[in-house]
Design a protein. Sequence first.
Length: 737
Amino acid sequence: MPVASGLRRHPAVAAVVTLTIAGQVVAAVDGPLRLPLVGASLVLLDVAGVVLSLRAARRGDRTVWRLVALGRLLSVIGGTILLAGYDSPTGLPGWVGTVARLGMYVALAAGVMTGPAKALTGRRRWAYLAEAVTVLGSGFMVVWYFVIDPALDGGQWEVKWLVAIGAPVGDLLLLMAVAGVVLAGRLNRITSPLSVFIGGLTCYLVGDLLFSANGIQAAGAVLVIGSLLLTVSPMLYHPETPGSRKSWSSRTQSAWSSQLPLIALGIGCTLLIVVTVREHELLWGGLVFGLILMTGAVAARQLIAQRDSRDLIVTDALTGLANRTGLDNAVTRAIKRQERVALLLIDLDGFKLINDAYGHATGDTVLAEFAHLLRSTVRTGDLAARIGGDEFAVLLLDPGAPEHAAGAAQRILAAAAANPVRLGDDSLPVRASIGITAGRPADTTKELIRRADVAMYQAKRAGTHTWVLHDESMTDRRAEDAALADDLEGAVGRGELYVLYQPMVDLTDGSPVAVEALVRWEHPTRGLVPPVRFIPIAERSGAITALGLFVLERACTQMTAWRARVPAGRRLHVSVNLSPRQLQEPTLVHDVLSVLERTGLAPEHLVLEVTESAIVDEKTSLAALRALRSHGIRIAIDDFGTGYSSLHYLTRLPVDILKIDRSFVAELNGTPEGSAITEAVIRLSQVLHLTTVAEGIETPDQAAELLALGCDTGQGYLYAKPLPAAELDERMTAVSV
């Protein structure tokens, strides 16, 4: 905000500024009035500065502006007393005024230094202070030689002596404050509040030097200008104005300002050498003390710089955890010391989907949040690291028994499940797979990480967000999986993929009411590859999108053919699985509707099945499901009860059908304990007006118990295994009314 605009907002202050300028014009013309006018101007400006600084404190940066207000208040007290008794500075009033005036320097310097110090943390704050102390040491050497040492030779303890020494020391504090602001890179705009304030402090410094040399007659105008700038500064301070508050907290250090400590060190050393040569002796006093102060500050700054450099090598910049080098170093040290260790290798599941759906900035947020969670979950003595894009590791020192490492892995998984990342109104679950290995006496870093990597890959292949402890029976299948992924890319075009259908039946009479489409892969050299083997590979490689559309089109074509041969009013639909990767595709809704249009299948005869874990977030997955459902397509949750958020989300999910997982059906044995979960799912679906379908029915007793519990639709080997369409043709078209 321009100065003129600030004055318009404060007419009383504008009047004071106008009177001050007018007074200085009169003082310049009329010698006898010069001293009273200068003193009155300084007091009036200090009073205005107190009021304006307190107002600025209410707008922001309270500590800074309150200290500034205190400094201006002390200046009012000191200036008023000294002005009233200027010709006789001895006695109590003179002491009070002098001490108050010196307190002004301390408060102003503290206020200026507080802003940059608060904006920095950890080592950066200590480095900033070390640089400022270096400048202070150099200034102290100059002040000692030219001011303090000559004053000490006088040997008189009185107000004049205190002023002679105290004022330069106060100026020294202001010098350190100005240097601190320069070192912190805060002078980013000449019209910023801080720049104007520093201009005022600089005028104070110059005015004090002129006062020491030629008295108040020479320094008056400069001191008034400095006080005026200090008064204008809080008028310019408005945090709500873009760029205003930034001037107090931004760090845009210029190239020359970073050399200021070295310049100060050079000045101090030069002064010491010149004085030693000129005086023919080494002054074991303030000069040496100042040199020691500077040397200590420079040494401290160098130590901090070395640690910062080391951290850059071993620390991950995004998360603040150790990086791969830091982990390698820690493992090497532990092995050399023959310490017992265990390594947890962690990979975030579905992280690429998050990057694709939300962008890399959100991905970085997820990584940083998981790093924070990881740091808070592991023990203080253990090392958490980020060693790749979405790969983390935890080195457990003295882990105890293997189950203790497994417990640590379980805590990490539980903490991740309980703390989804919040993105505005969205909640983004974070899931992981963890590989665990225990250290061995003859281990190398490479071998320890290799075993954990193999175990982690086994956990990831399982696709259940779990942990796996390495054992010698495990083999590294990454190369084999990579080869399968290459083969899978062209499998659709080569006709190696085909679709089987498993009937869903009415449990009252066994008549089919639907089919589930299931894909199979007949590899030309490997033979039949199980879905549990190639589906996870297709998910990771991205081939699942083309594969899913292939299955959808085949299934819809087949259902259209079957429905053409049965009465229109009969129950008959096809269920097709949707993978988590497909749900993240922005063209999913368009692709599904295009398949329905090409095949002629009505939307109400298609059910799309998703697992609970496929519902990654509400912004993408649920939006796609709601859009599909709005077109008449029904949605089913597959393997219900085995996911992680079913009860939390169920009332908000766009769902029509719950499929009871086969693991619960297998527990049915005619007892209340065996049917507890299945019955709970059925009752829940009834309350929410959803349909239930039981999977994995293998015995008549299971079918009877399900029917008694209220589930009237099921599938399983009791009725039929997955079969080619031709083998089901007669059965599907013979459905009775």
